[in-house]
Design a protein around this ligand. Structure first.
Ligand code: DON
Length: 307
């Protein structure tokens, strides 16, 4: 079966290539300048083999795909109770950049929306870390999931920070509820750095395979986070990873997944495979148009729906 995988991937990419619908992420100027035609897909097996087709070695920023991984780091660095006390696990049914806080506690509904992810960023590493050390913990952790040292795109980060008004509003709301306990601006800066980490489609497939492999990177053999953490993360990806399209995704694709506004998309099937796609044009939910089509094909062609 294995030798035919690259041919299969190339064929599926050809089928979706003509779809030029959707828009680049206009609210981050550096992302709006990306090449919209890029297209790639990769499968990483839990034994470490990677199969791919198209632009799988082009770097782009991880954006919201960082969220499940930093959630995993926070859960493993702080334990479940302190993290769950600050961030819920319920789908918001709203866009990723809505405020979406519980009205009585101010707790963000889940860690996949911006409000939850900004909070989770503040919970990565031990409490005493300064903002620079926290970003280093995040970068080190994302690198461990990928199995290679990753770096940041400073231009994308600066470009997003200049227009980060919504995230700053959200962070100030969180601070007013004492969900954030430190300087909201420094936390948004750190979160934006987290979103600006550069990855390839190959990296993302390997990061997803680390989740599929119950927390152990298939290449390095490093146990990046414990197995109960992975179960929590994949469960929240399943219910909340595709934002207000999570229900459509669960029924039609049925794979725990996470999207990012640079055009990346990952899915992880426990005990089997990590999948990643890259195509920068987005639908109205902020999910890659061709990425969603690719996953629909993979799911139906290979029977990957978990139900
Ligand atoms: O905070 C933001 O808005 C971006 N840095 C990340 C948003 C994102 O990737 C949403 N996902 N599709």
């Amino acid at each position: 079966m294995r030798p035919i995988i690259p041919d299969y991937l190339a064929e599926v990419l050809r089928d979706v290539e003509s779809d030029t619908s959707g828009e680049l992420a206009g609210y981050i100027p550096e992302l709006a300048a990306a090449d919209p035609e890029r297209l790639g897909a990769a499968f990483a097996m839990i034994d470490g083999e990677v199969y791919g087709a198209g632009d799988i070695d082009i770097e782009f920023t991880i954006q919201s795909i960082s969220k499940p991984f930093i959630y995993a780091l926070a859960l493993s660095d702080r334990g479940f109770d302190p993290v769950l006390a600050k961030v819920g696990v319920e789908p918001s049914g709203e866009a990723f950049n809505e405020i979406s806080l519980e009205s009585d506690t101010g707790r963000p509904l889940n860690p996949m929306i911006n409000a939850g992810a900004i909070t989770v960023h503040s919970l990565a590493g031990t409490e005493d870390l300064n903002p620079t050390e926290r970003v280093e913990r995040v970068l080190h952790g994302l690198s461990a999931f990928a199995g290679r040292r990753l770096k940041m795109d400073e231009a994308v980060c600066a470009s997003e920070m200049e227009h980060a008004h919504r995230n700053l509003v959200i962070a100030h709301m969180l601070r007013s509820h004492n969900v954030l306990t430190k300087d909201p601006r420094a936390i948004v800066d750190g979160y934006t750095r987290q979103c600006s980490v550069l990855v390839t489609t190959r990296d993302l497939a390997m990061m997803a395979a680390t989740l599929a492999n119950r927390g152990t990177n298939p290449l390095s053999g490093e146990q990046v986070v414990p197995e109960p953490v992975v179960r929590q993360v994949l469960s929240v990806m399943f219910s909340c990873g595709m934002y207000d399209a999570a229900g459509d995704w669960a029924t039609q694709v049925g794979i725990p997944a996470k999207s990012g506004v640079a055009g990346g998309l990952i899915g992880a099937l426990p005990g089997q495979i990590g999948i990643a796609t890259f195509s920068p044009r987005l639908d109205g939910h902020g999910n890659s148009v061709r990425g969603v089509s690719l996953f629909e094909r993979f799911s139906s062609d290979m029977g990957l729906h978990v139900m």
